[in-house]
Each structure stands twice: as C-alpha cells, then as structure tokens.
Design a binder for this molecule. Structure first.
Ligand SMILES: [Fe+2]
Length: 185
C-alpha cells in the first residue's frame, strides 16, 4: 500500500530532485499553481455512492456530469476506466514503462476513483510532482514532458479521457531525469 494518501504538489528545480521549492497539500493552491501552467487539477464528487467493486459502467455513471463537462470543453470523445491492483499481471514492467520521461501527442487526463499515483510534469525548468488520490482529476497537456509512478504496490482505479486513444503512446525523451527524483513509495 502506498503510504502517501494525501493529494500533494511538490515543485522542484529540474536540476535538483532533493529539495522541493514548494511542498503543499492545499488543493486550492495545487489547482492555482498547476492552472498557471495550463494544467487542469480539479476535485470531483461522485453523483452516487460507489462501492470498491463498482464496475466501469457504474463508475462512469457516477461521474457523468463532470465527464460531459470536460468532453464539451476539451473535445474528448472516448472515456474508459482502468484498474490496477495486486492481481494485475506484469506489475513491475507496467510501473517501469511510464517511469522514464516521455511525451504523448494526446492529453493524458486521469480522474482517480480510488487509490493513488504520482505524476511528474517537467515544464519551464521545473518539475511538478503531483500525487493524485481519490477524487482528483489531473490533465497532462499533449507534448508535455512527464513521467508517472504508480508505486511498488500499485492500487488505483482511474477514468481516462481521450480525444483519440491512438495518440496516447509514450515517446521517450531519452533523458534519465526521473532517476534523480524521489520515487512514489
Ligand atoms: Fe504519460
């Protein structure tokens, strides 16, 4: 189980992964700092109570209003639910796959229905480590250099929104910056 269960933003100089310049769990502040970089960070409330076993259809129905709002605002056409947990095959390789810095030609938009994971967005000489937990929506705009850590014992369910899922392919930058920043564990 990941021990960090509070939504957190840490802003680092991209040359120094040891000391964050900002370290906050204030969601309004997180939204303000990320918003200044055109990154969406929102809190969503389920329209109906959800159990841990809720299937994709139930999850999508519970958040239908927010999903529709984002679709209209940003042109997302496709929505699905991804679940990662102890039973997911090939977990170490799956974690590894997104741990290296990469980009996509598509926005990476994730809403955390349960569990948590950490995104690292590299923008303007800074790294924005954003730990998302239940109820958080985060967008990584297309072509933003970033990496993603689901932790050593991944456990999360997330709604994904796409303009075109084909565009969501990792293009690795070849930079080993992720190795110089704290992992999510
Ligand atoms: Fe990504």
């Amino acid at each position: 189980m990941n021990t960090t269960l509070t939504s957190t933003l840490r802003v680092f100089d991209d040359a120094d992964g040891a000391r964050p310049l900002i370290d906050t769990t204030d969601r309004a502040e997180i939204a303000r700092i990320l918003g200044a970089n055109d990154i969406i960070f929102e809190r969503w409330e389920a329209g109906a109570p959800l159990t841990a076993e809720a299937d994709s259809e139930t999850i999508l129905r519970a958040y239908a209003a927010d999903i529709e709002r984002l679709k209209r605002a940003y042109g997302y056409t496709t929505v699905d639910v991804i679940r990662v947990g102890p039973a997911t095959p090939g977990l170490p390789a799956l974690r590894e796959k997104f741990l290296r810095e990469h980009t996509h030609t598509e926005d990476e938009v994730r809403f955390f229905v349960e569990g948590s994971a950490s995104f690292y967005l590299r923008l303007g000489g800074k790294v924005y480590q954003t730990i998302c937990t239940r109820g958080d929506l985060l967008s990584v705009p297309a072509n933003t250099t970033h990496w993603f850590d689901m932790g050593p014992a991944p456990q999360f369910a997330a709604i994904r929104l796409f303009v075109n899922p084909e565009g969501w392919v990792a293009n690795y930058t070849g930079d080993d910056i992720a190795a110089r920043f704290p992992k999510f564990e």
